[in-house]
Write a protein of this length. Structure first.
Length: 118
């Protein structure tokens, strides 16, 4: 079992930056792929970014590529999402996720709200 707790959300203006953090406990963090997802009101949850177990591989949704950076610290059991150049369309609840033994997204945090005003 893995417990995930996100933090760092808030209300910002367009063009500002925010850094989200996710603290993990439980199952070996370093053996899980980690990801960030987001869900805007009335929309389905969508993929934002993924980072591999070692941190050597990352990938991003097209809408955030070049603006967001995912990173992890296996010594501290944390994964972060640095968000620069925020846009109103980035407004959503952001969720941290961890993969399980079958590499499916099995564990989710409770989410943190990010609101970007125009």
């Amino acid at each position: 079992q893995v417990q995930l707790v996100e933090s760092g959300g808030g209300l910002v203006q367009a063009g500002d930056s925010l850094k989200l953090s996710c603290a993990a406990s439980g199952r070996a963090f370093s053996s899980s792929n980690m990801g960030w997802f987001r869900q805007a009101p009335g929309k389905e949850r969508q993929f934002v970014a993924i980072i591999s177990e070692s941190g050597g591989y990352t990938n991003y949704a097209g809408a955030v590529k070049g603006r967001f950076t995912i990173s992890r610290d296996n010594a501290k059991n944390t994964v972060s999402l640095q968000m620069n150049g925020l846009k109103p369309e980035d407004t959503a609840v952001y969720f941290c996720a961890a993969s399980g033994p079958t590499n499916q997204w099995e564990y989710w945090g409770q989410g943190t709200q990010v609101t970007v005003s125009a």
